[in-house]
Write a protein that binds this ligand. Structure first.
Ligand code: AMP
Length: 403
């Protein structure tokens, strides 16, 4: 159920947004992307005659620091987002320095249609992360309608993302436009994707992505694997990976994955060559060798040119692409080339008419660093949530709206 299917006129609308934004030392918002992301949903409610009550978490306030001298209470207060939100909306925005309780209730009682009120950080209450029912019920009592527009926390069964939805009937809860875009984009991968369908998976560890890889084998035609995780698979095939990242205890899992893919006719492409270094440092000595023949004392930190060429060929000929995780240690300039080349070929495939989704882990940082974020079909805002969605999990916050 999406927001545009609900009558909002004269209604108080409680919206779970993701205002978990970075702040500088003077508590100014340094990157307003997430606040901007919520604007279409907020404006829609206002334009359709409703009043907006916003709730979000911000940072990771610690229990002890919330109690002692209120250090985290100042540092992680949602009040720091109010000026930015007010500027973006072009109207005044009210704030209440609590999340539930009498102060909040009296503010909400006085709210007029067209008003915007921001509640204090939901994580100032430990009940938030516990998904506590009484806390959620008090939140729910504030409004007639509940909207979830916080995709970044959709994989968490917290009070404000999940439990609260139980207190609203089916016709009075919905996804906001940001979540709508994320879900619709993910659906393009799961619901009759155009073929060939290629997944590009990288990043540090096989253990973080094994569920994803296993699910992908059921749905895609090709899996291109780079990054540190490739070396566990290369080792599983009998290669020598020197001092590259590899997980001994995942060799068996890697073997099972390779044979499942073979049985299903899914191509798994591993990097033929690697840029290797004698230490984990941008200033290290560098060589390019075959990925299955890395000497002891050396580690693979990026994919080599031959690997890039092979990967490009598969990517460019794909009609659906999903990319999760960098091809190397892209944070260091000497090991960023593989990732940026792959970003270029994802862009080229998109120009050719492919649907491309980038999301999860460090992939968004990688595509931003390559300066290509606006040239792919969709960049997900929620790393962990997108990963879970691609693994085939029903996200708790999504389930709660659909129930
Ligand atoms: P993830 O969050 O799983 O996408 O992993 C991203 C991290 O993997 C980044 O910090 C990369 O620097 C790191 N990474 C990628 N390739 C390698 C590699 N070959 N060796 C070590 N770390 C790597």
């Amino acid at each position: 159920m999406y927001l545009d299917k609900i009558n909002l006129n004269g209604k108080k609308v409680l919206i779970r947004v993701d205002f978990n934004v970075p702040l500088d030392k003077t508590f100014k918002v340094t990157d307003d992307t997430r606040i901007r992301g919520a604007i279409p949903t907020i404006e829609y409610v206002l334009q359709h005659g409703g009043a907006v009550i916003l709730m979000s978490h911000l940072g990771r306030p610690q229990k002890k620091k919330l109690e002692d001298g209120s250090l985290d209470r100042e540092r992680f207060s949602l009040k720091h987002t109010v000026t930015c939100l007010s500027t973006l909306l072009g109207q005044s925005v009210d704030f209440v320095d609590d999340t539930i309780g009498s102060k909040v209730v009296s503010k909400v009682d006085k709210i007029q249609m067209g008003d915007v009120l921001v509640l204090e950080n939901t994580r100032f209450y430990k009940e938030e992360k516990e998904g506590d029912e009484r806390f959620a019920e008090q939140l729910a009592k504030l409004a007639d309608i509940y909207v979830n527009d916080a995709f970044g926390t959709a994989h968490r069964a917290h009070a404000s993302t999940c439990t609260v939805a139980r207190y609203f009937s089916k016709g009075s809860k919905a996804f906001g436009f940001l979540v709508k875009k994320e879900l619709e984009s993910a659906q393009r991968l799961t619901n009759k994707p155009l073929r060939p369908f290629t997944a590009i998976v990288g990043g540090a560890k096989v253990s973080d992505k094994i569920l994803l890889l296993d699910k992908l084998v059921d749905t895609v035609d090709n899996i291109v694997i780079g990054g540190g995780m490739a070396y566990t698979l290369i080792k599983a095939q009998g290669g020598e990976v020197g001092n590259s990242l590899f997980e001994e205890d995942k060799i068996q899992t890697a073997k099972q994955l390779l044979s499942k893919a073979k049985a299903k006719g899914v191509r798994i492409l591993l990097p033929y060559d690697s840029v290797i270094a004698d230490k984990f440092d941008n200033g290290a000595s560098i060589k390019v060798v075959q990925s299955s023949n890395i000497p002891i004392g050396w580690m693979g930190l990026d994919i080599g040119d031959k690997a890039v060429e092979k990967f490009e060929d598969v990517i460019i000929n794909s009609k659906t692409l999903v990319w999760n995780g960098p091809m190397g240690v892209f944070e260091m300039s000497n090991f960023a080339k593989g990732t940026s080349k792959i970003a270029e070929s994802v862009v080229a495939a998109t120009e050719n008419g492919a649907f491309s989704l980038v999301g999860g882990g460090d992939s968004v940082a990688a595509i931003n660093k390559a300066g290509k974020a606006d040239q792919v079909s969709f960049v997900s805002t929620g790393g962990g949530a997108m990963l879970k969605l691609l693994e085939g999990v029903v996200l708790p916050a999504v389930g709660a709206i659909l129930d």
